[in-house]
Design a protein around this ligand. Structure first.
Ligand code: ADE
Length: 229
């Protein structure tokens, strides 16, 4: 997968991609990310990328021209499965959407800032708008980092242990069961007997029951959907 990210604060991603999973994914050729500085497409001495909103509402808006120039430049090099604008107005991101995006070849992410981006960019280029939750962040960079992380770990071969992404919370519509590691007893609390016994079938059943119980208790919304599915 190739991911292009257009951002007003490109340096934000320096630390985000400074980790072993990302390095392994890029070194093995499974994933490539390029962050594009929107300011490179701004005009004038100050390479302006934002301006006041028409109509007098407070806050700055990312201008159409630099965004369009950057998008056109990228589109002339490859075609994108989706051009995604990260915005609190978008469809709410979840594991199902992460799974779908992980199957794409080329994705372009646009990070908003201030009051957002000129509506005409949304009308002309954006094919999907995604929110990472019902709250407002100061910029789309954090949302793009969240989306990238969730999608990257689903690309086959990226995670060391292939099965680990498949057993994540939400992957089958359920929360994950509890996990334990050594020691077998800690501050008087023992690891459940079944996990120490080596009976694979019993362990699988126990884990599934725990996942069901956790989901029923903590996320009645997911539990209802799971029952329906
Ligand atoms: N930009 C600002 N807030 C956001 C959110 N909740 N999700 C995605 N992008 C955003």
């Amino acid at each position: 997968m190739r991911l292009d990210i257009i951002a007003a604060l490109p340096r934000y991603f320096d630390s985000v991609f400074d980790n072993a999973i990302y390095r392994r994914a890029t070194e093995s050729g499974l994933f490539r990310v390029e962050v594009h500085d929107l300011r490179d497409f701004g005009k004038g001495t100050y390479r302006q990328i934002d301006d006041y909103a028409y109509g007098g509402s407070a806050g700055m808006v990312l201008m159409a021209e630099p965004l369009s120039a950057c998008i056109e430049n990228l589109k002339s090099q490859r075609s994108y499965d989706d051009i995604i604008y990260l915005s609190p107005d978008g469809e709410v991101f979840n594991q199902h959407l992460a799974n779908r995006l992980s199957l794409c070849q080329n994705l372009l992410l646009i990070c908003g800032h201030y009051k957002g981006i000129d509506q005409r960019i949304r009308d002309l280029y954006v094919t999907r708008e995604i929110s990472i939750g019902d709250y407002v962040l100061s910029g789309g960079e954090i949302a793009a980092a969240v989306l990238t992380d969730a999608v990257l770990r689903l690309i086959p071969g990226v995670m060391g242990d292939e099965s680990s992404a498949l057993t994540d919370s939400h992957q089958d519509g359920l929360l994950s069961p509890p996990v334990y590691t050594r020691p077998a007893e800690f501050k008087g609390l023992k690891v459940p007997e079944v996990l120490l016994g080596g009976n694979d079938k019993a362990i699988r059943e126990w884990l599934h029951e725990q996942a069901l119980e956790r989901t029923r208790e903590r996320r009645p919304d997911l539990w209802e959907q799971w029952g329906d599915g």
